[in-house]
Design a protein. Structure first.
Ligand code: NAD
Length: 494
């Protein structure tokens, strides 16, 4: 990893271009992405694509759709398996980009790259199954079959927090199904995205099957979403942007002949319930790992601990001790538990939430910036938080844990469900009856029992949330690709 970091550091500060049909283009200007551990270090310069280029990107990928969708599925699958192999070969290099541009520590960076590899492998294999759908009931005198067709041009809009895994998952799922895509990376992490675009070309994907279009979401997002040739939007990000995209996509424009599909995975306000019959040490360890991994900047991060009154004080003591042992420092130096948050704006917003939380509850530990030149924050625990508090209801996306006391298990479940989100959740209990109640009534897309609520594994934990957490697309699950396909039923008289 040290060699990879040195190699990648020697490539920092380069200018990268827009890619449309393999042509490298300049935008209306450039913007820089920074290393959040050392903000004076510029990771890459990127183009600001224009609205006109957004239209060109959709039209160019639309023009290639008939060719790509007619490419034999075996060939598309092979290309994806090849992309997985290249990612595996270059794992340390991608880890280094994630460390330097997203501020992931070594372990979190490795997890992101490995998840990206898993997505490629998994979707390649799932596509083999969809290429030969299940047999249908046969009407007498007919041959009845069904096949899956790709949809068309998709707009792929990932967040910065899993800038490789989520981008790769959304883009490759669409591509292996035979769709073409316009990739609009997050402006905080465009270098990681361009490195993956280059890897797709190295793997042999035709340059016309995707466009890489950096630029501000606010400036070019609407042009991409509302273009009449756009067939679907695959978005992962915040609730407000997801709802905006959903609304815009629902309005037909001149020349549009389909209903656009929106696959939107959004925010979370994830809770871990600690029951009176929990293993308290395991619960404290699970809560701390879920709340502070990658500085709490995961949609799955635990931001609420809902703890039975009988264990409340003991739990706070154990969590405080563990949190105060966490080391905060630059992500590129091995051994820190927490690195920086993504940018100065995020740090300010999180500090505002901490100030609100201090007024709403009792500060147990943390509560301020941490020393260093990066966007560093102390891991923060605030206790005695009420269900109506802002830090109980709003997604903070930082290293802040709200702790709430529950009267009993039923009260805890009710509190856990008392937000508009429904992404992940966990329950620590040794009581099978309570575990069953959580399985039945804890309303989240990803429920974990007696383990942390982060770290979904492709294939094992299909991922996606309920309510305002999104469309429950279940990334890394057996049905995910169906969202990028449409079924055609054929009845033939024999
Ligand atoms: P964000 O919503 O600010 O941005 C996401 C993407 O949308 C970025 O690429 C951004 O450039 C783009 N965008 C912004 N405005 C746009 C517009 N008007 N039209 C089109 N695109 C636009 O989110 P973020 O800060 O990058 O990511 C953090 C959020 O993502 C958190 O809310 C987190 O919970 C969520 N998230 C959810 C999941 C999940 O699977 N549910 C996974 C990771 C992150």
């Amino acid at each position: 990893m040290q060699d990879a970091l040195a190699r990648v550091r020697s490539q920092l500060g380069k200018e990268h271009d827009i890619l449309i049909s393999g042509r490298a283009l300049k935008g209306s200007g450039t913007f820089a992405s920074l290393n959040p551990s050392h903000p004076q270090e510029i990771v890459g310069h990127h183009q600001r694509a224009t609205v006109e280029q957004a239209r060109q990107a959709v039209e160019a990928t639309f023009a290639y759709f008939p060719t790509w969708s007619a490419t034999p599925v075996e060939q598309r699958i092979q290309l994806l398996v090849r992309a997985a192999a290249l990612l595996r070969e270059r794992k340390s290099e991608f880890n280094a980009w994630l460390i330097l541009e997203a501020g992931k520590n070594w372990v979190e960076a490795e997890a992101d790259t490995c998840e990206a590899i898993d997505f490629c492998e998994y979707y390649a294999r799932r596509m083999e199954r969809h290429a030969t759908p299940e047999a249908l009931v046969q009407m007498p005198g007919e041959r009845d079959t069904m096949r899956y067709l790709p949809l068309g041009v998709g707009i792929v809009i990932p967040p910065w927090n899993f800038p490789l895994a989520i981008l790769v998952g959304m883009a490759t799922a669409a591509l292996v199904c035979g769709n073409t895509v316009v990739i609009k990376p997050s402006s905080d992490t465009p270098t990681i995205a361009v490195k993956f675009a280059e890897l797709l070309l190295d793997a042999g994907f035709p340059p016309e099957c995707f466009a890489f279009l950096p630029g501000s979401g606010a400036a070019i997002g609407d042009a991409l979403v509302s273009h009449p040739r756009t067939r679907f939007i695959s978005f992962t990000g915040s609730r407000d942007v997801g709802l905006h995209i959903n609304q815009l996509a629902a309005q037909p424009v001149k020349g549009q002949i389909w209903i656009k599909r929106v696959i939107a995975e959004m925010g979370g306000k994830d809770a871990i319930v600690v029951d009176s019959e929990a293993d308290l040490d395991a619960a404290a360890a699970g809560v701390v790992a879920s709340a502070y991994g990658f500085q709490g900047q995961k949609c799955s991060a635990c931001s609420r601990a809902i703890v039975d009154a009988s264990l409340y004080d003991a739990f706070l003591e154990k969590v405080k001790a563990r949190v105060e042992r966490l080391r905060v420092g630059p992500a590129d130096e091995f051994g820190f538990d927490m690195g920086p948050v993504i940018n100065e704006r995020a740090r300010r917003t999180i500090l505002e939430y901490i100030a609100a939380g201090k007024a709403e509850g009792r500060l147990i530990t943390g509560g301020d910036s941490a020393p260093g030149d990066g966007f560093l924050l102390q891991p923060t625990v605030i206790a005695d938080i009420d269900v109506t508090a802002r830090i109980f209801q709003e997604e903070i996306f930082g290293p802040v844990l709200a702790v709430t006391k529950a009267r009993d298990f039923e009260d805890a479940l009710e509190l856990a469900n008392a937000t508009e989100y429904g992404l992940t959740g966990a329950v620590y209990s040794r009581n099978p009856r309570k575990i069953q109640a959580a399985k039945d009534r804890f309303f989240v897309g990803n429920l974990y029992i007696n383990r942390k609520c982060t770290g979904a594994m492709v294939g094992a934990h299909p991922f996606g949330g309920f309510n305002m957490s999104g469309t429950d697309s279940k990334a890394g699950g057996p049905d995910y690709l169906l969202q990028f396909l449409q079924a055609k039923s054929i009845a033939e008289k024999i």
